[in-house]
Design a protein around this ligand. Structure first.
Ligand SMILES: NC(=O)c1ccc[n+]([C@@H]2O[C@H](COP(=O)([O-])OP(=O)(O)OC[C@H]3O[C@@H](n4cnc5c(N)ncnc54)[C@H](OP(=O)(O)O)[C@@H]3O)[C@@H](O)[C@H]2O)c1
Length: 272
Protein backbone atom coordinates (compact mmCIF):
# COMPACT_ATOMS: atom_id res chain seq x y z
CA UNK A 1 0.00 0.00 0.00
CA UNK A 2 1.46 3.37 -1.07
CA UNK A 3 0.93 6.68 0.74
CA UNK A 4 -0.10 9.22 -1.90
CA UNK A 5 -0.64 12.94 -1.31
CA UNK A 6 -2.80 14.79 -3.85
CA UNK A 7 -2.72 18.57 -3.50
CA UNK A 8 -5.99 19.58 -5.17
CA UNK A 9 -7.48 16.16 -4.41
CA UNK A 10 -10.82 17.51 -3.15
CA UNK A 11 -11.96 18.55 -6.64
CA UNK A 12 -12.07 17.74 -10.33
CA UNK A 13 -9.22 15.75 -11.84
CA UNK A 14 -7.33 15.28 -8.54
CA UNK A 15 -10.46 13.97 -6.87
CA UNK A 16 -10.97 11.44 -9.70
CA UNK A 17 -7.31 10.34 -9.55
CA UNK A 18 -7.71 9.82 -5.80
CA UNK A 19 -10.82 7.68 -6.37
CA UNK A 20 -8.96 5.31 -8.74
CA UNK A 21 -5.85 5.07 -6.55
CA UNK A 22 -8.00 4.37 -3.49
CA UNK A 23 -9.73 1.58 -5.40
CA UNK A 24 -6.24 0.14 -6.06
CA UNK A 25 -5.85 -0.16 -2.28
CA UNK A 26 -3.55 2.81 -1.57
CA UNK A 27 -3.69 5.35 1.27
CA UNK A 28 -4.60 8.88 0.11
CA UNK A 29 -4.22 12.31 1.67
CA UNK A 30 -6.14 15.06 -0.12
CA UNK A 31 -5.28 18.74 0.22
CA UNK A 32 -7.53 21.62 -0.85
CA UNK A 33 -8.97 24.89 0.32
CA UNK A 34 -12.62 24.02 0.80
CA UNK A 35 -13.35 21.62 3.69
CA UNK A 36 -16.91 21.00 2.43
CA UNK A 37 -15.51 19.74 -0.86
CA UNK A 38 -12.98 17.67 1.10
CA UNK A 39 -15.75 16.04 3.15
CA UNK A 40 -17.86 15.49 0.03
CA UNK A 41 -14.92 13.84 -1.75
CA UNK A 42 -14.34 11.47 1.18
CA UNK A 43 -18.07 10.66 1.40
CA UNK A 44 -18.12 9.81 -2.33
CA UNK A 45 -15.42 7.14 -1.88
CA UNK A 46 -17.72 4.81 0.08
CA UNK A 47 -15.91 1.97 1.85
CA UNK A 48 -12.51 3.11 0.50
CA UNK A 49 -12.77 6.35 2.49
CA UNK A 50 -11.24 4.74 5.57
CA UNK A 51 -7.89 4.89 3.73
CA UNK A 52 -8.34 8.58 2.85
CA UNK A 53 -8.05 11.82 4.79
CA UNK A 54 -8.45 15.50 3.95
CA UNK A 55 -6.27 18.41 5.07
CA UNK A 56 -7.64 21.92 4.53
CA UNK A 57 -4.81 24.17 3.34
CA UNK A 58 -4.39 27.48 1.54
CA UNK A 59 -1.41 26.76 -0.70
CA UNK A 60 -1.38 30.24 -2.24
CA UNK A 61 0.79 31.57 0.61
CA UNK A 62 4.19 30.57 1.95
CA UNK A 63 2.72 30.16 5.47
CA UNK A 64 -0.13 28.01 4.15
CA UNK A 65 2.32 25.68 2.39
CA UNK A 66 4.57 25.47 5.48
CA UNK A 67 1.60 24.65 7.70
CA UNK A 68 0.37 21.93 5.32
CA UNK A 69 3.86 20.40 5.08
CA UNK A 70 4.28 20.40 8.86
CA UNK A 71 0.96 18.60 9.35
CA UNK A 72 1.78 16.05 6.63
CA UNK A 73 5.23 15.33 8.07
CA UNK A 74 3.73 14.95 11.57
CA UNK A 75 1.39 12.25 10.27
CA UNK A 76 3.49 10.47 7.61
CA UNK A 77 7.10 9.44 8.00
CA UNK A 78 7.25 8.38 4.36
CA UNK A 79 5.38 9.50 1.24
CA UNK A 80 5.49 7.38 -1.93
CA UNK A 81 3.94 9.87 -4.33
CA UNK A 82 3.09 13.58 -4.35
CA UNK A 83 0.64 14.79 -7.00
CA UNK A 84 -0.06 18.47 -7.66
CA UNK A 85 -3.43 19.14 -9.26
CA UNK A 86 -3.91 22.47 -7.53
CA UNK A 87 -4.73 25.26 -9.90
CA UNK A 88 -6.54 28.55 -10.35
CA UNK A 89 -7.50 30.30 -13.56
CA UNK A 90 -7.08 33.85 -12.26
CA UNK A 91 -6.32 35.89 -15.36
CA UNK A 92 -6.64 39.42 -13.97
CA UNK A 93 -4.27 41.37 -11.72
CA UNK A 94 -4.43 40.39 -8.03
CA UNK A 95 -1.91 39.52 -5.32
CA UNK A 96 -1.56 36.92 -2.56
CA UNK A 97 -0.55 37.85 0.99
CA UNK A 98 3.07 37.38 -0.18
CA UNK A 99 2.63 39.89 -3.01
CA UNK A 100 2.65 37.25 -5.76
CA UNK A 101 0.13 36.65 -8.51
CA UNK A 102 -2.15 33.70 -7.56
CA UNK A 103 -1.63 31.98 -10.92
CA UNK A 104 2.12 31.89 -10.23
CA UNK A 105 1.75 31.15 -6.49
CA UNK A 106 -0.68 28.22 -6.86
CA UNK A 107 0.07 26.80 -10.32
CA UNK A 108 3.85 26.73 -9.87
CA UNK A 109 5.40 28.03 -6.63
CA UNK A 110 3.23 25.99 -4.21
CA UNK A 111 4.34 22.85 -6.10
CA UNK A 112 8.03 23.74 -5.71
CA UNK A 113 7.63 24.77 -2.07
CA UNK A 114 5.50 21.83 -0.88
CA UNK A 115 7.69 19.28 -2.66
CA UNK A 116 10.88 20.76 -1.19
CA UNK A 117 9.42 20.61 2.32
CA UNK A 118 8.20 17.02 1.85
CA UNK A 119 11.53 15.72 0.50
CA UNK A 120 12.47 14.16 3.88
CA UNK A 121 9.38 11.89 3.64
CA UNK A 122 9.84 11.22 -0.09
CA UNK A 123 13.48 10.23 0.50
CA UNK A 124 12.31 7.28 2.65
CA UNK A 125 11.10 5.62 -0.59
CA UNK A 126 13.44 4.05 -3.18
CA UNK A 127 11.46 5.44 -6.16
CA UNK A 128 9.31 8.37 -5.00
CA UNK A 129 7.05 10.00 -7.61
CA UNK A 130 6.27 13.71 -8.06
CA UNK A 131 3.66 14.64 -10.68
CA UNK A 132 2.59 18.20 -11.58
CA UNK A 133 -0.49 18.95 -13.68
CA UNK A 134 -0.55 21.92 -16.07
CA UNK A 135 -2.29 22.87 -19.30
CA UNK A 136 -0.78 21.79 -22.63
CA UNK A 137 2.78 23.14 -22.50
CA UNK A 138 5.29 20.97 -24.38
CA UNK A 139 8.74 20.92 -22.73
CA UNK A 140 10.46 23.22 -25.22
CA UNK A 141 12.75 26.16 -24.39
CA UNK A 142 11.72 29.62 -25.50
CA UNK A 143 9.50 31.06 -22.77
CA UNK A 144 10.24 34.64 -21.72
CA UNK A 145 11.31 34.66 -18.06
CA UNK A 146 12.11 38.38 -17.82
CA UNK A 147 8.94 39.03 -15.78
CA UNK A 148 9.44 35.95 -13.52
CA UNK A 149 8.53 35.89 -10.59
CA UNK A 150 6.78 39.25 -10.05
CA UNK A 151 4.71 39.37 -13.23
CA UNK A 152 3.84 42.99 -12.48
CA UNK A 153 0.42 43.88 -13.98
CA UNK A 154 -0.22 40.22 -14.74
CA UNK A 155 -0.76 39.55 -18.43
CA UNK A 156 -2.27 36.06 -18.71
CA UNK A 157 -1.64 35.65 -22.44
CA UNK A 158 2.08 36.39 -21.98
CA UNK A 159 2.74 35.13 -18.45
CA UNK A 160 0.98 31.78 -18.36
CA UNK A 161 3.69 30.00 -20.38
CA UNK A 162 6.68 30.81 -18.11
CA UNK A 163 4.58 29.96 -15.04
CA UNK A 164 3.52 26.59 -16.44
CA UNK A 165 6.91 25.75 -17.96
CA UNK A 166 8.53 26.36 -14.56
CA UNK A 167 6.91 23.03 -13.54
CA UNK A 168 8.89 21.23 -16.25
CA UNK A 169 12.09 22.93 -15.12
CA UNK A 170 11.41 21.87 -11.55
CA UNK A 171 10.84 18.26 -12.70
CA UNK A 172 14.26 18.42 -14.38
CA UNK A 173 15.83 19.84 -11.22
CA UNK A 174 14.31 17.11 -9.02
CA UNK A 175 15.58 14.41 -11.37
CA UNK A 176 19.09 15.85 -11.31
CA UNK A 177 19.30 16.42 -7.56
CA UNK A 178 17.24 13.64 -5.95
CA UNK A 179 18.63 10.15 -6.70
CA UNK A 180 15.84 7.64 -7.41
CA UNK A 181 13.06 10.24 -7.59
CA UNK A 182 10.91 10.32 -10.74
CA UNK A 183 9.30 13.65 -11.67
CA UNK A 184 6.80 14.42 -14.40
CA UNK A 185 4.42 17.02 -15.80
CA UNK A 186 0.99 16.01 -17.12
CA UNK A 187 -1.22 18.04 -19.43
CA UNK A 188 -4.69 18.14 -17.90
CA UNK A 189 -6.43 18.40 -21.25
CA UNK A 190 -9.87 20.01 -20.96
CA UNK A 191 -12.60 18.80 -18.64
CA UNK A 192 -15.66 20.19 -16.89
CA UNK A 193 -14.44 20.91 -13.36
CA UNK A 194 -14.43 23.88 -10.99
CA UNK A 195 -11.35 25.39 -12.71
CA UNK A 196 -13.41 27.97 -14.64
CA UNK A 197 -14.99 29.51 -11.53
CA UNK A 198 -12.64 32.55 -11.55
CA UNK A 199 -12.20 32.63 -15.31
CA UNK A 200 -13.43 35.58 -17.40
CA UNK A 201 -16.99 35.39 -18.73
CA UNK A 202 -15.94 34.70 -22.31
CA UNK A 203 -13.97 31.59 -21.26
CA UNK A 204 -16.93 30.30 -19.24
CA UNK A 205 -19.32 31.05 -22.11
CA UNK A 206 -17.00 29.30 -24.59
CA UNK A 207 -16.79 26.26 -22.32
CA UNK A 208 -20.59 26.13 -22.01
CA UNK A 209 -21.04 26.14 -25.78
CA UNK A 210 -18.03 24.09 -26.91
CA UNK A 211 -17.47 21.99 -23.79
CA UNK A 212 -19.89 19.19 -24.71
CA UNK A 213 -18.12 18.88 -28.07
CA UNK A 214 -14.46 19.14 -27.05
CA UNK A 215 -14.11 18.28 -23.37
CA UNK A 216 -12.57 15.01 -22.26
CA UNK A 217 -14.08 13.12 -19.35
CA UNK A 218 -12.54 13.75 -15.93
CA UNK A 219 -11.59 10.05 -15.91
CA UNK A 220 -9.58 10.47 -19.14
CA UNK A 221 -7.83 13.59 -17.78
CA UNK A 222 -6.88 11.74 -14.57
CA UNK A 223 -5.53 8.63 -16.31
CA UNK A 224 -1.91 9.74 -16.92
CA UNK A 225 -1.55 10.88 -13.32
CA UNK A 226 -2.89 7.56 -12.09
CA UNK A 227 -0.59 5.54 -14.37
CA UNK A 228 2.45 7.65 -13.45
CA UNK A 229 1.83 6.73 -9.81
CA UNK A 230 1.02 3.07 -10.52
CA UNK A 231 3.95 2.43 -12.88
CA UNK A 232 7.17 3.88 -11.58
CA UNK A 233 9.52 2.64 -14.33
CA UNK A 234 9.09 5.56 -16.76
CA UNK A 235 11.92 7.84 -17.84
CA UNK A 236 12.35 10.92 -15.67
CA UNK A 237 11.88 13.84 -16.17
CA UNK A 238 8.87 13.23 -18.40
CA UNK A 239 5.85 14.96 -19.90
CA UNK A 240 2.53 13.45 -20.90
CA UNK A 241 0.90 15.76 -23.42
CA UNK A 242 -2.16 13.75 -24.47
CA UNK A 243 -4.85 13.02 -21.87
CA UNK A 244 -5.43 9.31 -21.46
CA UNK A 245 -2.43 8.33 -23.65
CA UNK A 246 0.13 7.13 -21.15
CA UNK A 247 2.17 5.47 -23.91
CA UNK A 248 2.89 8.94 -25.44
CA UNK A 249 5.65 10.09 -23.12
CA UNK A 250 8.06 12.94 -23.98
CA UNK A 251 11.39 13.28 -22.15
CA UNK A 252 11.98 16.76 -20.72
CA UNK A 253 15.23 18.31 -21.94
CA UNK A 254 15.52 22.00 -21.13
CA UNK A 255 18.32 24.56 -20.77
CA UNK A 256 19.95 23.70 -17.42
CA UNK A 257 21.04 27.30 -16.80
CA UNK A 258 17.41 28.45 -17.00
CA UNK A 259 16.38 25.60 -14.67
CA UNK A 260 18.99 26.69 -12.14
CA UNK A 261 17.90 30.33 -12.35
CA UNK A 262 14.24 29.46 -11.75
CA UNK A 263 15.10 27.16 -8.85
CA UNK A 264 17.37 29.80 -7.28
CA UNK A 265 14.54 32.35 -7.52
CA UNK A 266 12.04 29.87 -6.03
CA UNK A 267 14.43 29.13 -3.16
CA UNK A 268 14.90 32.83 -2.46
CA UNK A 269 11.12 33.39 -2.40
CA UNK A 270 10.25 30.42 -0.16
CA UNK A 271 13.43 29.74 1.78
CA UNK A 272 13.01 26.03 0.86
N1 LIG B 1 -10.10 21.26 -16.24
C1 LIG B 1 -9.42 21.76 -17.27
O1 LIG B 1 -9.94 21.89 -18.39
C2 LIG B 1 -7.98 22.20 -17.10
C3 LIG B 1 -7.35 22.80 -18.20
C4 LIG B 1 -6.01 23.18 -18.07
C5 LIG B 1 -5.35 22.94 -16.87
N2 LIG B 1 -6.00 22.38 -15.82
C6 LIG B 1 -5.23 22.14 -14.58
O2 LIG B 1 -5.53 20.85 -14.06
C7 LIG B 1 -5.38 20.84 -12.62
C8 LIG B 1 -6.65 20.27 -12.00
O3 LIG B 1 -7.70 21.21 -12.16
P1 LIG B 1 -9.23 20.81 -12.22
O4 LIG B 1 -9.66 20.96 -13.62
O5 LIG B 1 -9.44 19.53 -11.52
O6 LIG B 1 -9.88 22.04 -11.44
P2 LIG B 1 -10.53 22.16 -9.97
O7 LIG B 1 -11.64 21.20 -9.85
O8 LIG B 1 -10.83 23.60 -9.78
O9 LIG B 1 -9.34 21.72 -9.01
C9 LIG B 1 -8.33 22.63 -8.61
C10 LIG B 1 -7.86 22.25 -7.25
O10 LIG B 1 -6.92 23.24 -6.78
C11 LIG B 1 -7.26 23.55 -5.43
N3 LIG B 1 -6.77 24.89 -5.09
C12 LIG B 1 -6.93 26.04 -5.78
N4 LIG B 1 -6.38 27.07 -5.10
C13 LIG B 1 -5.89 26.55 -3.95
C14 LIG B 1 -5.24 27.10 -2.84
N5 LIG B 1 -4.98 28.42 -2.73
N6 LIG B 1 -4.87 26.28 -1.83
C15 LIG B 1 -5.13 24.94 -1.90
N7 LIG B 1 -5.75 24.36 -2.95
C16 LIG B 1 -6.13 25.16 -3.95
C17 LIG B 1 -8.77 23.49 -5.39
O11 LIG B 1 -9.25 23.41 -4.06
P3 LIG B 1 -10.69 24.10 -3.71
O12 LIG B 1 -11.65 23.53 -4.70
O13 LIG B 1 -10.93 23.68 -2.30
O14 LIG B 1 -10.50 25.58 -3.88
C18 LIG B 1 -9.00 22.22 -6.20
O15 LIG B 1 -8.81 21.10 -5.38
C19 LIG B 1 -5.09 22.31 -12.24
O16 LIG B 1 -3.69 22.48 -12.11
C20 LIG B 1 -5.58 23.09 -13.45
O17 LIG B 1 -4.89 24.33 -13.58
C21 LIG B 1 -7.31 21.99 -15.92
Amino acid sequence: MKTIVIAGGNSGIGRQAARTLLADGHRLVLLGRDPHKGEAALASYGGDADRASFLAADLSTHDGVRDAARRLLDQHESIDALVHTTGVLTTTESRTADGLHPFFAVNYLSRYHLTQLLLPALRHIARPIVVMMTAAIPPVDGADYTRFPDFASFDFAHDRKPVQLANHHYAAHLTRTEPGLAAAVVNAGAAKTDILRDAPWYMRAGARVLGPLVFDSVETCARNVVEAVRQDDWTTPGYWGKPGRFEQHTPITLDATVTQRLVDTSRTLTGA
